[in-house]
Write a protein that binds this ligand. Sequence first.
Ligand code: MG
Length: 403
Amino acid sequence: MCPDILFLCEVHYKIVMKKKKISILGSTGSIGRNCLDVVRNSGGRFKIVSLSAGSNVKLLAAQIKEFNPRVAVIGSVSKVGELKKLVPRSVKVTGGMEGLCGIASGRDVDIFVSALVGSAGLLPTIEAVKTGKRVALANKESLVMAGEFVMKLARKKGTEILPVDSEHSAVFQCISANRKETVRKITLTASGGPFLKTGISQMKNMTPSKALKHPRWKMGAKVTIDSATLMNKALEVIEAKWLFDVPSHMIDVVIHPESIVHSFVEFVDRSTIAQMSIPDMRIPIQYALTYPERVANHVRHLDMARIGKLTFEKPDMKKFPVLKLVYEVLNKGGVLPAVMSSSNEVAVNSYLKGRIKLTDIFKVVSRAVKARKDIKAKCIDDIFKADKWAVNYSEDLINRKVF
Ligand code: MG
């Protein structure tokens, strides 16, 4: 072989074999743990450089022991001392939002995994987008609340934002072999959650312990409650609008209880492409990390003959009214999606504490959305202000039991 080619082969080998450096924002939650499992089984393809958690010190310390990051952040500042005692001195330990934004702006990182829960993920995600590195996005609230600003920033910095959400990963995979202009409709699938077969009059009696038993996916509490009300799907409609840059009327939702088809895209020639797999978050997480490569893994094979049939049905808009509200919110735009998302976060927390009923979540959210008069969003600061307003307004509604 000629020396030039040998040299090129060597360079290629080094590039291919170079470990991708990963920073996980939110490593002890469901997405974070699945992400670490992907890293654990990747055959040395990835190196964890920083980890962060909200308050689970014990699990974070165990993850630090296994993955040996340089930096670790614990969200609760009061727990910094406790974490320091459990990990080697070589690991730099910080805390709070400042610490999170610190690791999110780290230079020596190839991929940021944004897996924080709720609106707390917005600021660190913006910091990660500013770096121009790949962002594997699981924190949908970043796009729900500030999609216009986050996507504009990503275009300016040349940042790739790859979806981790299973539906959006599916759409991304369906669209990627085609021109975006040829997309006719994006359909997000929804399992329907634990109360798909529950009568509408029974919904108000569904307790958190019942709502937390999702039939298909193992997820954190917030997203599981959002799945029971279908708020999760409403937020995903907004997420899809920004990720794929399509108007809301091109995004549809269909109930698919088996959770095998993770979403599908219809094209102008009336051909529809769907992405399917068993419901396992490691698949979309891995794809966001290895894209454009597809890499073998240990996830269970999809046995279609064993599954037998796949079913689809229209969502019941009376039982899940948020699927109507989301289109009104999207059409008005501005800060309203942020108001909807933040009000929901407050209402879900109150529901989990037994302060309100499941059906009150929607009542609180729709009241907050309707009460918000100034909807203009000229800059990201308007989003943060609207977030605060929505939190205060919704807490007040719940305290006064007026909804
Ligand atoms: Mg999803």
